[in-house]
Design a binder for this molecule. Sequence first.
Ligand SMILES: [Zn+2]
Length: 127
Amino acid sequence: MTGLADELLPELLALAVPLEIERQAGAEPQVRIDYARSRWERFQQYGGKGDKSAAGARLTGGAVLVTGGKGSGEEFTILAQVLGALAHQPGGVTAFGHHWCANHAECEEAAAAARAVLREPEGGERT
Ligand SMILES: [Zn+2]
């Protein structure tokens, strides 16, 4: 990744994803999962002739998000929406150098449970 993706994208997502987490907080879990899936499918669509977004820009599956240009705003929005939905899943989501979750205490509990499972039977911990 170069340019926008390297420098601005993680920082912009750091602002946008928490807003999405809050916006989606009242949704039922399955509704959020379905929403994330449908938005991700939209993100991945390569714009062909006649494939226009509501904003009139063709999506590129992330290419314009990296390079900038028409459609990059919608791709950014979709990415933030998907990450916001995933943040409500157990363990949250980690991407672009950030960790987002709706309840970090649950992340810590899950990590502790995983460490307990991975301990050797004699009680020694792996390092
Ligand atoms: Zn967390």
